[in-house]
Structure formats: C-alpha cells, structure tokens
Design a protein around this ligand. Structure first.
Ligand SMILES: *Cc1c(COP(=O)(O)O)cnc(C)c1O
Length: 234
C-alpha cells in the first residue's frame, strides 16, 4: 500500500509539472483515481493520502465497494464518478449512488438519470462522452452530434452538464494524442459559445495525460499509474 502513496505522489507531481510547462495553473487539473478492479483497501490507501475522487467502470463492483467503505469509514466523504458503459436498465443505482457520470452517451440515458436522481441529493454532474476518434466499437456520441445532444442534456432539471469526456483511439504518438484532445476541446468551446456554462474537460489516462493536459484537460482519469496494472481483462 505504500506503493499506492508513492505512485499517487508521483502522478500529482507529474500533473503539476506538465501543467506549469504548458502555462497552466496546476489547480486547474483534477485527479480522478480510477479504482476499477481494485478493492476497498486500495481506495482507502489512496484516501489516506488525501485523494477524494474515485472513478469506477463496473456498477456491481462499484456499489459493493462504496457500501463497504461507507460501513468501515462512516465519516469519510469520497466523491464517486461512474465512467463505464451504461445499460439503460441500470441507470437508477447510478443516479442514486454517484456524484458524477462521465459516460453519458445518449439523450435517453441522460433523461433516465435526471428522472431517477433522488430529490434530496444535489443535481448529478454529467460529462457527455464523445467518440472522438469515430471508432466503430467505441461508445460515445459522434463528434458531429455532440453539440446538439449537449444542448438537450443541459435542459434536464436534475442534471448539471459539466463538459465532455473522451477516450481517444490509443496511439503512442503524442502529436496524434494531442489532435484528438484538441478536437474535444473545440467541441466543448462550441457548446460554451451556444450559452451553456461548462467547466470540465474529462480527458487523459495513464498513457496520454501529458497530451491531455497540454490541450486543456481539467480532469485526468488515472488508474494504472496509481494502482498498478489490472490483472484481469476488465
Ligand atoms: C480504465 C479507465 C481509465 C484509466 O485508465 P488507465 O490507463 O489505467 O489510467 C480512464 N478512463 C476510463 C473511461 C477507463 O475505463
């Protein structure tokens, strides 16, 4: 577990350095620790170092982890972000148990989340996922649909649209990585020009966080670089 604290510190230092290199303030880039496939012990080790925002992809696994941590550490307030694929019949537990959802990829899912968000909770924070590289197998709205869908989601009463999210096609070429992220930022800027207040660009993972920060990311989603490699195919 001391490894997690070392890794976390290294990632935070890296974010800070890259932000400064590109003339950005390090506070503009939040770190979302992606704890999928890792247990409650790993989340608690990161939380002990001050990390509060955690990202999860698999609903059942996440619900068990959230419940276990809540029972063990009643006073610890963590922020839970759902970042995985969403089936429309599974929206209710997401609306009830998460603070953010980054993987909204169609209007219908957004409508259900809005209807199912409990009234005693604040509006659910939303990022619209964009299939920025136009890959056939990837979830997300197509780039040319993103602005129209975002404008509709922004009207839903129990949601707060915060910005866009993308997982570009993997490439080790940093210039290619930057092109995809730049495109996402342009779409985000276009939505802002249409009068919607957005403050989040959810982009960058362990292997492309430098490119993402260079292009304006405000939230990097980092799993492997903090918790190590995932030992099953999830
Ligand atoms: C798993 C995952 C991450 C974290 O990826 P790493 O390469 O382990 O940093 C980020 N975003 C999404 C949507 C993921 O599914």
């Amino acid at each position: 577990m001391s490894l997690i604290s070392d890794n976390l510190q290294a990632v935070l230092t890296d974010i800070q350095r890259v932000a400064l290199d590109f003339g950005r303030s390090p506070e503009q880039v939040c770190l979302l620790a992606v704890s999928k496939t890792f247990g409650a012990d790993a989340v608690l080790a990161a939380a002990e170092c001050g990390q509060r925002a955690f990202g999860e992809n698999y609903l059942q696994e996440a619900l068990e982890k959230i419940e276990l941590i809540h029972r063990q550490m009643t006073d610890l307030v963590l922020e839970w972000h759902f970042i995985g694929p969403i089936q429309s019949n599974k929206t209710r537990p997401i609306a009830e148990n998460f603070d953010w959802v980054h993987s909204v990829d169609r209007e219908k899912i957004a409508q259900r989340l809005s209807e199912q968000r409990p009234s005693e909770l604040p509006p659910l924070n939303i990022c619209l996922q964009v299939n920025i590289s136009g890959e056939a197998s990837k979830s997300g709205v197509l780039p040319n649909e993103a602005v129209a869908v975002a404008l509709k989601i922004a009207q839903l009463p129990r949601l707060r649209l915060r910005g866009l999210m993308a997982v570009p096609e993997p490439t080790s070429d940093e210039q290619q990585q930057r092109l995809a992220f730049r495109h996402l930022k342009q779409l985000n800027d276009e939505i802002i020009r249409q009068g919607i207040v957005l403050d989040t660009l959810s982009m960058g993972m362990s292997s492309d966080l430098h490119a993402a920060i260079a292009e304006g990311s405000t939230m990097v989603r980092i799993g492997t670089a903090i918790f190590g490699s995932r030992n099953y195919a999830k």
